[in-house]
Ligand binder design. Structure first.
Ligand code: G16
Length: 543
């Protein structure tokens, strides 16, 4: 087997976004595209020589081919060993766990997460560092800088490696260990949660539906929920991962997980419903007739954490992304623990988790996690809820009612305008940015603006500063609008409008969030001119 040095030239636009590099699959399959980015990862992280990596992906179209290319490049770049999931499959949280458990130098995850997969859909690659978490900004900047000057990459001339059976093999001088993608992760979950209590819950006739959305979590959920915890067969649906996610959009929210929502709001609904996304790091929680927003879910988990064995000693702190609602802030207040507000992107939680400042983290984008790994973790969140339900013996709806009565309710919604013309979206953001200084004190759509700014984050652990992280407008009475452009889209721009209002009157807790937020929604449009600038009269997705 010989090592070739292949001449190449920089390819434009290989800048990692919120979570790695995501592009249309044909772009990734284009000449040198994947190879350039992988070589830039190695170069930008000090070279692969003598290093050990984890490799896996969510099984989407091109996952298998990309894995073979990455293995050959790792071998050509002198890597000592790659631990790879069977058939190149690993959920994102399982990959994070393997990196940490085996003490590797990091890992490469092939996924575009909740974005659809297929020959004409999306593909992605991201590097996770030795702590198991997504590469922090400083590291992604170095990788991006490499993409702009790259002139060559290294490739081993070799046949495909058989990844279908666990065991050890080699590629040139590099060792390859193929592992069962589920086993280590399942052991970790058993250490964290009260499996006996959850087993007893199912034995008592509790029914759940877990929609794996034809994505990577299917085998994990089958093994743990049905295999180990005794959920009735058929509790996990759409459990066989497919390269195009069954032609669906593996994003666990009320729009894309509509069949599950219909079942949970219909006659004979199970007690508990949940879903996760393409690579298994997002989650959706829904009780009988009771959808739980991700922001509320984080708050409920924080308030009930001591019911879970791994968190029985209490939480060190919590963290949420800036656009996530303030629901968890009031739980943190009552617990007397710190609550950190970070920019969007799980990578910003890494330092807080590593430094032991935060135990639980969450984002409005359906991500919840803890210090057990350095990624958000969909199935972990589902097991957390099951553990809480088993211990409290209440329904999801009753837990929410109790929670809001105690802490108040943050009515919350996100409106997404997808594939908007990039110039129009940037123009809208610029126009709002231009108003920030003069908005405070003014009245918009009947609401008084109390503050307006562009969010910047000073990391309390390493002192780094991240600017330009979203435009915020605060209103009298606790209302808030946040505007951001997504960093995970692959087509035009996606405008995200985050809407929130705090309600403390217990007689007003049962409204439809869109009604409860009507004045905040009107204020957002009055300030940003969303309809006129995007040419859309309604959002594409409302969560
Ligand atoms: C990624 C990040 C999350 C972020 C989300 C949305 O999630 O890991 O931290 O909240 O994107 O980002 P944006 O609003 O920029 O699209 P995932 O599940 O796609 O990896």
């Amino acid at each position: 087997m010989s090592i070739h040095t292949v001449a190449t030239a920089p390819i434009e636009g290989q800048k990692p976004g919120t979570s790695g590099l995501r592009k249309k699959t044909p772009v990734f399959m284009g000449p040198h595209y994947l190879e350039n980015f992988v070589q830039s990862i190695f170069n930008g992280t000090g070279g692969a020589d003598g290093k050990t990596y984890v490799l896996g992906g969510d099984g989407r179209y091109f996952n298998d081919r990309a894995a073979q290319v990455i293995l050959r490049m790792a071998a050509a770049n002198g890597a000592k060993k790659v631990i790879v999931g069977q058939n190149a499959i690993l959920s994102t949280p399982a990959a994070s766990h393997l990196i940490r458990k085996r003490g590797t130098d990091g890992g490469i995850i092939m996924s575009a997460s909740h974005n659809p997969g297929g020959p004409n859909e999306d593909f992605g690659v991201k590097f996770n560092a030795a702590n198991g978490g997504p590469a922090p900004e400083g590291m992604t900047e170095k990788i991006f800088a490499e993409t702009k000057t790259l002139t060559a990459y290294k490739m081993l001339d070799a046949q495909d490696v058989d990844l279908s059976t666990p065991g050890t093999t080699s590629l040139g001088a590099m060792e390859i260990e193929v592992v069962d993608p589920v086993a280590d992760y399942q052991d970790l979950m058993a250490e964290i949660f009260d499996f006996d209590a959850i087993r007893a819950l199912f034995a008592g006739g509790f029914r759940m539906r877990f929609d794996a959305m034809h994505a990577v979590t299917g085998p994990y959920a089958r093994a743990i929920l049905e295999g180990t915890l005794g959920a009735p067969a058929g509790s996990v649906i759409n459990a066989a991962p497919s390269p195009d996610f069954g032609g669906g959009h593996p994003d666990p929210n009320p729009i894309w997980a509509k069949p599950l929502m219909e079942e949970m709001y219909g006659d004979n609904a199970p007690d508990f419903g949940a879903a996760s996304d393409g690579d298994g790091d997002r989650n959706m929680i829904v009780g009988k007739g009771a959808y739980v927003t991700p922001s509320d879910s984080l708050a409920v988990l924080a308030a009930n954490a001591t019911l879970v064995p791994a968190y029985a000693g209490g939480l060190r702190g919590v963290a949420r992304s800036m656009p996530t609602s303030g629901a968890v802030d009031r739980v943190a207040d009552s617990l007397g623990i710190a609550c950190y507000e970070t920019p969007t992107g799980w990578k910003f939680f890494g330092n807080l988790l590593d430094a032991g400042r935060a135990t639980l983290c969450g984002e409005e984008s359906a991500g919840t996690g803890s210090d057990h790994v350095r990624e958000k973790d969909g199935l972990w969140a589902v097991l957390f809820w099951l553990n809480v339900l088993a211990k409290r013996g209440q329904s999801v709806a009753d837990i929410m009612t109790d929670h809001w009565a105690r802490f108040g309710r943050n009515y919350y919604s996100r409106h997404d305008y997808e594939a908007v013309d990039s110039a129009a979206a940037n123009g809208l953001m610029d126009a709002v940015r231009g108003q920030l200084a003069t908005l405070p004190g003014s009245s918009v759509a009947g609401l008084t603006v109390t503050g307006a700014d562009e969010f910047a984050y000073d990391d309390p652990v390493d002192g780094s500063r991240s600017e330009g992280q979203g435009l915020r407008m605060m209103f009298e009475g606790g209302g808030r609008v946040v505007l951001r452009l997504s960093g995970t889209g692959t087509e035009g721009a996606t405008l995200r409008v985050y809407l929130e209002r705090l309600e403390t009157d217990s007689a007003q807790m049962d409204k439809d969030p869109q009604d409860a937020l009507a004045d905040v929604i009107a204020a957002a449009d009055a300030i940003a001119g969303i309809t006129s600038r995007t040419g859309r009269d309604a959002p594409d997705v409302i969560t």
